[in-house]
Each structure stands twice: as structure tokens, then as C-alpha cells.
Ligand binder design. Structure first.
Ligand code: BES
Ligand code: MN
Ligand code: ZN
Length: 502
């Protein structure tokens, strides 16, 4: 079997073999399900079997529910799955994504050929809806199993060849081509987050970011010499206890017809966070291989924008370091000078993400004069205490950006919740010995972390997304079963598409 789902598009045929999926709307005389006329015609005598089975099971075609018939009489199909969609006129793109994911989840690993018929009572299914459904299948089929030497085929996700049957097949194919790049971006981010830190060093991460050149992204890697020259003392201090060298990667996509100021996306890329000298407890420390989830999302986003040829100028910057304790490691009490010239007293070496981001945000602002900056970071455990794993924390110095991200969050299901910033919180990161310190005391830990970052953005419109609760140990959904869910790629792609591609 191939290791990925493959999609093709065709018009609705007269007969079908293999596993057949049809859609059904809620309602009808028996209160159960309604099929499109094309589907009833295609099923022939089996349509009656469907009705009787539905009655026997008291099946109603609510969204996500399904009726499963094996080797139905009158059809060549080995299996017929009737997927309920609820009320077709109420379906949003996210619902189609979920339906696709849930449908893939119903297929057994042995399913090789699957045909899905996109027809519903009350009108044709849009090409965009079919494309979103296919994206849901692609994302659900993902699993990170490259280190399993003995694959158990029973619990592996199905990766069949899928044909989407739809009247507007060429338009659906085109719509999917755009969505596919976004799906690849999510999968790139998932792979990076799931990869262990003995493999994914800063150098290896930078090398993988370099693969974006294949889709037309300009990739530049800054090594420690360059970073020293730039004066990034805050970032370099975090990496100095590791035998792995630190890196900053700059990714540029120029898709606009003009040379307008770019949108800037900045990611925290701590490939492993032991806490440093302020070392973390052992329990759960393995999760800190995912402390580069922000950087992973930025790489995934740049891939998405480039591969769908987004008409926008965007730049992605990621700070890649490993936070390790050793004889050369940074100590509590150390004072470092950031690229901005501001000095920082290190109170806790485990509050390292803000040190990395402070330098990268400043650099992004100075070099690119961006329209705005959005950073993503697995920054604080405190954000999980506040918001759990359903919302990322959003901090902003700009209401328009905050609102646009909130609505993109609703549309994609990657939800954000705005948190406060104010001068009273800012005071908490003042230091006795330097311009600021890297922790703000026991309370409001996510807020004081954000206030620290704010000192490095000047008057550029800026948003900080604290994704500690969403990027690793990601909530499972119809379209995600991965530990690293690739959170943020779909959110930001949608946000860019909605507002910045004139
Ligand atoms: N990477 C952690 C935050 C984190 C924790 C992310 C759990 C994902 C899951 C961050 O570097 C950190 O250690 N933050 C400290 C800050 C504290 C020392 C001020 C924290 O949250 O405890
Ligand atoms: Mn830390
Ligand atoms: Zn960290």
C-alpha cells in the first residue's frame, strides 16, 4: 500500500466498485435520511436496503453519523458507507473538513480503492466543499511511525486511493490543489514536532527548513558567528550550554506583485528544553522535544503560502536553540545584552523562550520593517492552567489583528482567546540589576512573559500566540490523531487568505 492517501476527481459514474461512500442529508418522511436523486439511481435496488437498514437502526443522518453496509446486494461494492451530513445548507468548510476526517477514520487499513459520491438532495456539492473533505482525509491519515520497526497493520490508518465523484470535477481538482499545499504544511509541522531532539538538532531543523526552496521560498541560515555579529546575546545565552550550535533561519516568500512590506511570522524553536541549570523535573520532560512547535508552524505556514502561490509578501523567522545544562551553561543571576541593546537579568534559565524571541522579534522588525509581526511559542505552562488545550492565548498591541485572528480561529477550529496586557503587568519584569528580568513572579505567568516580548516589538503591530497547550499533546479531532497537531498553520493561512491577498 502507498504511504499516503492519493486523490483523483471524476464525474459521477453509472456504477461503482470497492468501498463506496455516499452522503445523506437529515430528514425525510421517516425522519431519517434523504439521498440525492443521483445517489438513489446509482444504488438501484440497494437504495431500498439502505432505507430498511436505517429504519432498523433508527439511523438519522446527523453530521458525522454513518451507516455501514457490507457487500450490499445489487451493488459491485464491497462496502457501502452512508455518511450523514446533517442539514447541507448549514455546512461550513470546517464541517466538511471534519466529515472527511471522520470518513477516513471509518475505513480499515485494508481499504485500497475508495469512491466518494458528492451529491446531496437540494443541489450540487461545491468544489470547495469536496476539496475540504479531501483535506480532512489527508490530515486524518497522517501518522508518525517512522521509528516503528514492526508495523501493526491493524491499527495503522487507512491510506487508500480515493476518487471523489462530483459533477464539477475539474473545479474540485483545482480547489484541492490549493488546499493540498496547506495540508502538506500541516504535515511538515507535525513531523517537526514529533521528531525527537537527538535527530532534530538546530542544524538539522535548519536543513529541513531549507527544503522550502523547492516550493520557491528563499531560505537563509544564520550561524553562531552571524548571530554574535548581530549582537543576539539573549538568544545565544540560551544555547551556550548545548553542544549543538544555535541557528536563526529566515524564510522569504514574495508572492505579491509589488514590493509591499512583508507580513512577519516568528517562531520559538527550542529543539529541547531541559530548563537548563534551573532544570525541570523528570516527569513529562520528554514532551519538551516539542518546544519548537512555534517554529514548526512558521515553516508549515511558509510552505502553505508558497505552494498555493499566495499573493502576499511574507517572511518567517525562527530561533533554533537547545536549552541544556553544562559547564558552560547560563546561570541564574547572569546578565545578557540583547540585540536591542536592552539588558536582561536571568532569574530562571527555564524561562528561555522569551530570550530567544526577544532577539528574533527585534531582528525581524529592524531588517524587514514588516506590516505586522505574529509570533508563535510554546512559551508558558501557565497558559494551559488558564485556557486548557482548546484555545491558544492571544496577546496583542493591535485590536484589528486580534479580531482577525479570532475569526480565523473560529473558521478553522484553531481557536484563540485574548489575554490582557498593561503597564501594571509590565512593571513586574523590571529588574534590580538590569533593564528587565526574565520572569515576572508567581502569578500571571503567561501575561508577564508576553509583557517581556512586548519590549522587543517597538511600535510594530504585533500578536503573540502562546501555544503551549495546543501545539504539543494536541487535542485529538476528526482530522488529527497526532501528538504534534501542526497547530497554527491552518489558522494563519486562513488569516492571510482572508485579509492580505488583495
Ligand atoms: N517550554 C516551557 C513551557 C511549556 C511547558 C510548554 C509545558 C509546553 C508544555 C517554557 O520554556 C518554560 O519552561 N516556561 C516556564 C516559565 C517559568 C520558569 C517562568 C514555565 O511555564 O514554567
Ligand atoms: Mn523553559
Ligand atoms: Zn521552553
Amino acid at each position: 500500500m502507498s504511504d499516503t492517501v492519493k486523490f483523483s476527481f471524476a464525474k459521477i459514474p453509472a456504477a461503482l466498485e470497492g468501498v463506496v461512500v455516499v452522503l445523506a442529508a437529515e430528514g425525510g418522511e421517516a425522519g431519517g435520511l434523504v439521498l440525492a436523486p443521483e445517489v438513489s439511481a446509482l444504488l438501484g435496488a440497494a437504495a431500498d436496503t439502505v432505507t430498511r437498514a436505517a429504519q432498523a437502526e433508527r439511523f438519522t443522518a446527523k453530521s458525522g453519523k454513518a451507516l455501514d453496509l457490507l457487500a450490499p446486494t445489487g451493488l459491485e461494492a464491497t462496502r457501502l458507507i452512508v455518511v450523514g451530513v446533517g442539514k447541507p445548507e448549514e455546512l461550513k468548510p470546517l464541517d466538511w473538513l471534519k466529515l472527511g476526517g471522520a470518513t477516513l477514520g471509518r475505513l480499515s487499513a485494508s481499504a485500497k480503492e475508495v469512491g466518494i459520491v458528492f451529491a446531496l438532495p437540494g443541489g450540487p456539492v461545491s468544489p470547495e466543499a469536496a476539496a475540504e473533505f479531501a483535506l480532512g482525509m489527508k490530515l486524518r491519515a497522517y501518522s508518525f511511525d517512522r521509528y516503528k520497526t514492526k508495523k501493526k497493520s491493524d491499527d495503522a490508518a487507512a491510506k487508500p486511493r480515493v476518487t471523489l465523484y462530483i459533477e464539477s470535477d475539474t473545479a474540485a481538482k483545482r480547489a484541492f490543489k490549493k488546499r493540498e499545499g496547506v495540508g502538506e504544511g500541516v504535515i511538515i509541522a507535525r513531523d517537526l514536532v514529533n521528531e525527537p531532539a537527538n535527530v532534530l538538532t538546530p542544524t538539522e531543523f535548519a536543513k529541513r527548513a531549507g527544503d522550502l526552496a523547492k516550493v520557491g521560498v528563499d531560505v537563509e541560515v544564520l550561524g553562531e558567528k552571524d548571530l554574535k555579529k548581530l549582537g543576539m546575546g539573549a538568544l545565544l545565552g540560551v544555547g551556550q550550554g548545548s553542544s549543538q550550535e544555535s541557528r536563526v533561519v529566515v524564510m522569504r516568500w514574495n508572492g505579491a506583485k509589488n514590493d509591499s512590506a512583508p507580513l512577519a511570522f516568528v517562531g520559538k524553536g527550542v529543539v529541547f528544553d531541559t530548563g537548563g541549570i534551573s532544570i525541570k523535573q523528570a516527569a513529562g520532560m520528554e514532551d519538551m522535544k516539542g518546544d519548537m512547535g512555534g517554529a514548526a508552524a512558521v515553516v508549515g505556514l511558509m510552505h502553505a503560502l508558497a505552494s498555493r502561490k499566495a499573493k502576499v509578501n511574507a517572511v518567517g523567522l525562527i530561533g533554533l536553540v537547545e536549552n541544556m545544562p553544562d559547564g558552560n551553561a547560563q546561570r541564574p543571576g547572569d546578565i545578557v545584552t540583547s540585540m536591542s541593546g536592552q539588558t536582561i537579568e536571568i532569574i530562571n534559565t527555564d524561562a528561555e523562550g522569551r530570550l530567544v524571541l526577544g532577539d528574533v522579534l527585534w531582528y525581524a522588525k529592524e531588517r524587514f520593517k514588516p506590516q505586522f509581526m505574529i509570533d508563535l511559542a510554546t512559551l508558558t505552562g501557565a497558559i494551559m492552567v488558564a485556557l486548557g488545550t482548546e484555545h491558544a492565548g492571544l496577546f496583542a498591541n493591535d485590536d484589528t489583528l486580534a479580531e482577525r485572528l479570532a475569526s480565523a480561529g473560529q473558521a478553522t477550529g484553531e481557536k484563540v482567546w485574548r489575554m490582557p496586557l498593561s503597564p501594571d503587568y509590565d512593571k513586574l519584569v523590571d529588574s534590580k540589576f538590569a533593564d528587565m528580568k526574565n520572569t515576572g513572579g508567581r502569578f500571571g505567568g503567561s501575561i508577564t512573559a508576553a509583557q517581556f516580548l512586548k519590549r522587543f516589538v517597538g511600535d510594530v503591530p504585533w500578536v503573540h500566540l502562546d501555544i503551549a497547550g495546543t501545539a504539543i499533546n494536541s487535542p485529538t479531532s476528526e482530522f488529527n490523531r497526532s501528538w504534534g497537531g501542526g497547530w497554527g498553520v491552518r489558522l494563519l493561512d486562513q488569516f492571510v487568505a482572508d485579509h492580505y491577498e488583495a
